[in-house]
Design a binder for this molecule. Structure first.
Ligand code: C2E
Ligand code: CA
Ligand code: CA
Length: 651
């Protein structure tokens, strides 16, 4: 029956629809489960492509995904015909169907055509029907889309396909976001792990560096002894126990005699050897009863839980131990040391007092036959301890307590004044005169030598300028330690000081001879700059250190100063005379002027004249004088004549 036939037909159709529906739902459920449990992003994309293709019976499905910067999308996965050719391709976000979907956040399919402007319609009409695309919209962002192309077996994608794909896209977006979040977590975890490993490595290095730093900050690397700060700490603790238990405690300062000389003449390696040997011998002598530390250069300190009398006894043992020959290189050296002792509670109960007293005693010991002295108040009066000195230096510098005296230099050929050397003096309020050697080396040790030197240069420049105004063209030499010359800011400071003053050609820098030890290229460079701005350079204390002829020849200096120790001894010692004579010859061969300092008497002056020394300086000509006295001397016309006479006499 027609009716029945129609009814059967309708039922069959409906059943077919239902089966298809069931099938679709099954695919959808299965798919959702599959992608929902997948956490690898690329697998998720691939699953989406494959399952979507099944779902809407498309020949090809592509999954374009917006990249991180939201300016492009990339086909991250695809399934079906030609998919492989497109995967990996990137396009601008506002381009093509994907761009449309991104702009409208709605699916694209045939039904959309009616909503388009006529132009858009023209553009898309041909492709509509074979193309379907739904957006993938995540929790917060537009992620991309799922695009199906060409219905299998021909025909168009229908509304049912659209619904299915939309439904599917909703689940897919969640899966994508989960996988993305997972990827981020993974990435962060990997980063965190890497960071952890790096952190462990850095930590290890840090603790090694810390250990080394701690060692360096507490121990002297040369001798392995506690350094000044650790020793002071040991002393502080020792003092606390001594005072609370009523026991005695003694502090000794041990200073190697003439160490500087050994260092200068035999070299730093030998010097180091001596310091190491001294440290070892002191440690043996003191044993477990006390502590030894290296305070600075050639100075050691010993802490002993005993009274002054016992300390004196130990000091004698230590001194005897030190006198044993020390093998140094291919020779054996015998050194002596001076020891100063101060005790708690007799001389003081705090660290600085004990140090000051022991130090003053050590300085006194230098002048005593036995080389050992226990502190008594007289020591303080004679010489201030160097520790107290160091504290005062800063103040002295700030308060401009230093003064420059000037010592004339005489030109032997003309009998005229060749210039003056500026020599620093420290007239202290309490009346004690601190020898320049001592406060200069204290300034060097306390890092104040640079500001001091700039002060000296400024003062000397001002003095030369003042003399020039009175018509006296007097060349002034200033002592500048090599360490200051090597400072990066030296040239800038020097230029600042001489800038605008007519001091050039009349300002001379006396640089000590350890110039032969430094970074030669840099020294050369700086001295050339000094010369370029019109200043002269002289090598001071020549003969006492490590001279190198080759270097001397290449250095841009105009003059050398033979050290006073040779000049003063040249009449009595053949060796010293030979040194002076050959130094003069050598310098002349290199075209350098020679100045001899320490000319204490007429006989030295005569000898130097016969050796053709160019310039002389010394007590015989004049002591270093304060400005007013020096000016008085210049003012007397007789001085120039007398000087001229002296140089003639000595020829
Ligand atoms: P120096 O540069 O070798 O200075 C020459 C030293 O010899 C001066 O000692 C001077 O007074 C002394 N002298 C000069 N003629 C005679 C003499 O006929 N007989 C004897 N016995 N000595 C003589 P001073 O003034 O005690 O200075 C000692 C050292 O202190 C200087 O040795 C120099 O190294 C340093 N010094 C002095 N003033 C300064 C300064 O302003 N800056 C720097 N960096 N060092 C300075
Ligand atoms: Ca000098
Ligand atoms: Ca000298």
């Amino acid at each position: 029956m027609p009716h029945d036939f129609v009814g059967d037909e309708a039922i069959r159709l409906l059943e077919a629809r239902l089966r298809q529906r069931d099938n679709e739902i099954a695919v959808l459920r299965e798919t959702t489960q599959a992608i929902g449990s997948e956490l690898d992003l690329d697998t998720v994309f691939q699953l989406i492509a494959d399952r979507a293709r099944e779902l809407i019976q498309a020949e090809t499905v592509l999954v374009p995904i917006v990249n991180r910067d939201c300016n492009e999308y990339t086909y991250r996965a695809g399934s079906g015909e030609h998919a492989d050719e497109i995967i990996g391709e990137s396009l601008p976000l506002d381009f093509g169907v994907c761009g449309w979907v991104w702009k409208h956040l709605r699916p694209w399919w045939r039904g959309t055509l009616s909503e388009l402007t006529p132009q858009e319609r023209n553009l898309w009409e041909g492709r509509a029907g074979t193309l379907i695309m739904v957006p993938l919209i995540g929790h917060r962002h537009f992620l991309g889309g799922i695009a199906g192309m060409n219905k299998r077996g021909g025909g168009e994608f229908n509304r049912n396909d659209l619904h299915l794909l939309e439904l599917f896209a909703g689940q897919a977006a969640i899966a994508i976001e989960n996988a993305m979040a997972m990827e981020n977590v993974d990435q962060s975890r990997r980063l965190a792990q890497d960071a952890q490993i790096e952190l462990q490595r850095v930590n290890k290095r840090l603790s090694a560096a810390n250990r080394e730093l701690e060692y360096l900050s507490l121990y002297d690397p040369l001798t392995g002894l506690p350094n000044r700060s650790l020793f002071r700490d040991q002393l502080r603790r020792g003092l606390e126990t001594a005072i609370s238990s009523g026991n005695a405690l003694s502090l000794m300062i041990v200073d190697i005699d003439r160490f500087q000389e050994i260092n200068d003449t035999l070299g730093h390696d030998v010097g180091d050897e001596i310091l190491r040997a001294t440290a070892a011998r002191l440690s043996v002598a003191v044993g477990a009863e006390g502590a030894v530390g290296r305070m600075s250069g050639d100075e050691f300190a010993v802490l002993l839980g005993r009274n002054g009398q016992d300390a004196l006894q130990l000091a004698r043992q230590m001194r005897n131990g030190l006198v044993q020959a020390i093998p140094a290189g291919d020779r054996e050296l015998v050194i002596t040391a001076s020891i100063g002792i101060a005790s708690c509670p007799d001389h003081g109960k705090d660290i600085s007092t004990l140090f000051r007293c022991a130090d003053a005693a050590m300085v006194a010991a230098k002048h005593e036959a036995g080389g050992i002295a226990t502190y008594d108040e007289e020591h303080d009066a004679r010489l201030p301890g160097r520790f107290a000195l160091a504290v005062d230096l800063r103040k002295a510098l700030d308060n401009r307590e230093f003064a420059l005296h000037y010592q004339p230099k005489l030109d032997l050929a003309t009998g005229r004044l060749a210039g003056v050397e500026a020599l620093a003096r420290w007239p202290r309020e309490n009346g004690t005169a601190v020898p320049p050697d001592m406060f200069i080396s204290a300034l060097e040790q306390t890092g104040l030598i640079a500001p001091f030197t700039y002060w000296a240069l400024e003062t000397a420049v001002a003095q030369r300028t003042a003399w020039l105004r009175r018509g006296w063209n007097i060349s002034v030499a200033v002592n500048v330690p090599l360490s200051v010359v090597m400072e990066p800011r030296f040239m800038a400071e020097l230029s600042r000081i001489v800038d605008g003053c007519d001091v050039r050609n009349g300002l001379l820098l006396e640089i000590t001879e350890n110039i032969f030890l430094g970074d030669y290229d840099r020294i050369n460079e700086v001295l050339a700059e000094v010369r370029a701005i019109g200043l002269g350079c002289s090598i001071d204390d020549f003969g006492t250190g490590h001279s190198s002829l080759v270097r001397l020849r290449q250095l841009p200096v105009g003059e050398i100063k033979v050290d006073r120790s040779f000049v003063m001894a040249m009449l009595d010692s053949k060796d010293d005379e030979v040194i002076v004579r050959s130094t003069i010859d050598l310098a002349h061969n290199l075209g350098l002027k020679v100045v001899a300092e320490g000319v204490e008497n007429a006989r030295i002056l005569e000898t130097l004249a016969t050796l053709h020394c160019d310039v002389v300086q010394g007590h015989h000509i004049s002591r270093p004088l304060p400005v007013d006295e020096l000016e008085k001397l210049f003012g007397t016309a007789s001085w120039a004549t007398a000087m001229a006479g002296r140089s003639r006499e000595s020829k």
